[in-house]
Design a protein around this ligand. Structure first.
Ligand SMILES: Nc1ncnc2c1ncn2[C@@H]1O[C@H](COP(=O)(O)OP(=O)(O)OP(=O)(O)O)[C@@H](O)[C@H]1O
Length: 650
């Protein structure tokens, strides 16, 4: 290589001396003669090609940029390099300086690259334009290899280098189209810092890698190059963190699609059509953002009539448009309730991988301790192991405790206290809701949730509110058909029997007295819901009602419709809480932005200014996300604000 370069250097000197003494026409003639008899051939790769950007030029720039630094330090022949960086890349990018040369070896064949630029001045219109080009030279006998192998290799490598170095962007929608630029996603989560049980992490990373390296495979088997992931599990178990880790691993942009802000199926199609390649399309809380409730569970439209995107609209958009107008795309759905999603959405080919992120096990805790505290063992671990297996605590809660101090012992003691207080707050076995997150009575299928006997009720409800009394058949009883219930409940019972048929007909209890009591309890729940507004009932009260409904279902009372409605109301109550937290966060953020702006005006030094602007930008993004979440939450809540809690049930 050294000798090749010294020959090249000598050749350059002769060439420039020659250029000084002879006019242009003679020089041109001379070089054309040389070229005719030369064993070499040269490709000129100009910056623009037929009036538009030349992809090969751009690829050469990126490809050579990755070689120049090592070439210059290897033999010192390259004395001048260009270097640069902007907000769209992670690392410095290097390049060949004007009239510099580099030799790249491909299958042992030297490929000579030289970079040129020239300024052309048009004196008539006083316009100057710089033209830039690369010249790639090699022996004529390798011309075919250059075309069929080397240039594709340069393009392929350039793409990989570019993908590796680009900043991951986060895109959101505004007024039903994607915000134009997206913001840099500088989320630090990676698969190394994400705690997960067992070998799941390894499997997932392998799955992602085989997906991005699978272009040829997908082509061969005639499949569109896309993959769907369903992330399910209770709040705070790392679903969003998982998406960030995915984006960082693949260096893919995230397109966060808030379906409740999309007004129609055709708007959805438009949005999906404008998601770029090499990206992750995220649809969070899929179970409650569109009319996608499990079709088998009954009428969907009654539940959330304000939502516009339909299940078939979503299926069409995913299968139709994504299939033919994009490449290398990942689509991620998240939900806290997998069993509420229609099976059509979950089938392989749409959601290829279902990943459950569940409550913290001892193994997850140990990973968090290693990540947050840098320890793999401690005397206090055995106490934590004992409690953590008994309660439902999310990794987010554990991580929060581990962040409180830099001292491991203090953190672990704090965590033990926290776990113990959760354990003591939990509702007793008899009234516990059975759902995975303690808020939903259904156990998530396919999710390794812990066999917990406790529930997390952190909404400040007093345990006394749990005591709901039901009417008992007494002297003021009246009959409806064969059943006798308290007089005030007869209108409800009549309406129930009319709308849902004889819901007690299949009950395992045979006596009319028992059956009447079951009906009376069910009607009592409806009466209770009729009498209150969303704000007038606590989550704990609702959980208690739900437990009763489950008991009634266990003796085959057909009231899945009531169960479903209670689930929805509980979710709405949680949304109310979430909405007020978001509003508070947003308020604080806006305050902080104002303060940062003031401080920005006090800083005159450029780096400080940039830092402040960056902080403000980040906070604006968070605030924007909060606003979107608040409006989607309010949209969901408006249904219950405008109606009775039992609207449509009777
Ligand atoms: N598995 C995990 N490993 C490491 N950290 C975690 C994990 N799960 C949660 N965390 C921590 O908790 C925080 C909140 O978690 P995250 O937002 O990812 O949960 P989520 O499941 O998306 O919650 P939600 O359903 O409420 O949106 C994260 O920023 C992270 O610090």
């Amino acid at each position: 290589m050294a000798s090749t370069l010294s020959v090249l250097a000598a050749f350059t000197i002769i060439r420039s001396t020659f250029n000084e003494f002879f006019p242009n026409e003679i020089r041109e003639y001379f070089w054309s003669l040389i070229r005719r008899f030369s064993p070499e051939f040269t490709l000129v790769i100009e910056e623009s090609h037929h009036g538009s950007g030349n992809h090969i030029y751009k690829a050469a720039m990126a490809y050579l940029g990755s070689h120049v630094l090592s070439a210059s330090s290897a033999d010192g022949s390259l004395k001048r390099l260009t270097v640069g960086k902007n907000e769209n890349v992670r690392q410095f990018t290097f390049g060949l300086d004007r009239h510099s040369e580099i030799v790249d070896f491909f299958h042992g064949v030297p490929m000579k690259w030289k970079y040129y630029s020239d300024v052309n001045t048009n004196s008539n219109i006083q316009l100057t334009a710089e033209s830039r080009w690369y010249e790639l030279s090699c022996k004529k006998k390798h011309a075919e290899m250059v075309e069929s192998e080397y240039l594709p290799h340069v393009i392929d490598m350039a793409k990989k280098l570019k993908d590796r170095n680009r900043m991951v962007k986060f895109h959101t929608i505004r007024s039903e189209s994607w915000c134009s630029k997206g913001v840099n996603l500088e989320h630090p989560m990676t698969f190394d810092t994400l705690a997960m049980d067992g070998d799941h992490k390894k499997d997932i990373v392998e799955d992602l890698d085989s997906f991005i390296n699978g272009k040829e495979y997908y082509k061969k088997v005639g499949k569109v190059w896309k993959r769907g992931y369903l992330l399910h599990g209770p709040p705070g178990t790392g679903k969003s963190s998982f998406i960030a880790a995915m984006a960082n691993h693949l260096n893919f942009d995230i397109f966060n699609l808030n379906l409740s802000a999309v007004k129609s199926d055709s708007s959805l199609e438009y949005l999906l059509l404008h998601v770029s390649n090499h990206s992750i399309l995220v649809i969070e809380d899929i179970d409650c953002t569109v009319k996608l409730q499990n079709r088998e569970a009954g009428d969907q439209t009654a539940s959330y009539p304000h939502l516009q995107v339909t299940l078939s609209g979503l299926l069409n958009a995913i299968d139709g448009l994504l299939s033919c107008c994009g490449d290398e795309r990942i689509i991620v759905f998240t939900t806290n309730y997998k069993d509420r999603i229609d099976p059509a959405l979950l089938r392989a080919g749409r959601m290829d991988k279902h990943i459950c992120l569940s409550y913290c096990t001892f193994s997850t805790f140990k990973q968090l301790a290693a990540i947050y505290l840098g320890i793999s063992n401690h005397d206090l671990f055995s106490r934590i192991e004992k409690i953590i297996g008994q309660i439902k605590v999310s990794p987010a809660e554990v991580a929060g405790e581990l962040l409180k101090s830099k001292d491991s012992k203090t953190c672990l003691e704090g965590l033990i206290q926290f776990l113990e207080s959760k354990e003591s707050q939990a509702t007793p076995e008899k009234t516990k809701p059975q759902g995975e997150d303690g808020n939903n009575n259904k156990q998530e299928k396919g999710c390794q949730s812990k066999a917990s006997t406790k529930t997390d009720m952190t909404n400040g409800d007093s345990p006394n509110h749990n005591a709901i009394t039901f009417p008992v058949v007494g002297s003021n009883a009246m009959t409806v058909g064969e059943y006798t219930v308290k007089a005030e409940l007869t209108p409800i019972l009549s309406a129930v029997l009319l709308k849902h048929g004889d819901i007690v007909a299949n009950s395992t209890l045979n006596s009319m007295q028992c059956r009447s009591s079951l009906l009376e309890i069910a009607c009592g729940i409806i009466q209770k819901l009729q009498a209150v507004k969303l704000e007038g009932i606590t989550e704990l009260e609702l959980q208690s009602l739900l437990t009763t409904v489950s008991d009634l279902e266990s003796v085959k009372l057909q009231i899945s419709w009531l169960h479903k409605r209670l689930d929805e109301i509980i979710e709405a109550v949680q949304l109310v809480r979430r909405s007020s937290t978001l509003k508070e966060d947003k308020r604080k953020n806006l305050q902080e932005i104002e303060m940062e702006k003031e401080m920005e005006s006090c800083h005159t030094e450029k780096p400080e200014l940039q830092k402040k602007s960056l902080q403000i930008q980040k906070m604006k993004v968070v605030t924007q996300k909060h606003s979107e979440n608040i409006s989607s939450t309010e949209a969901k809540l408006s249904y219950f604000h405008e109606r009775s809690l039992v609207d449509g049930l009777l």
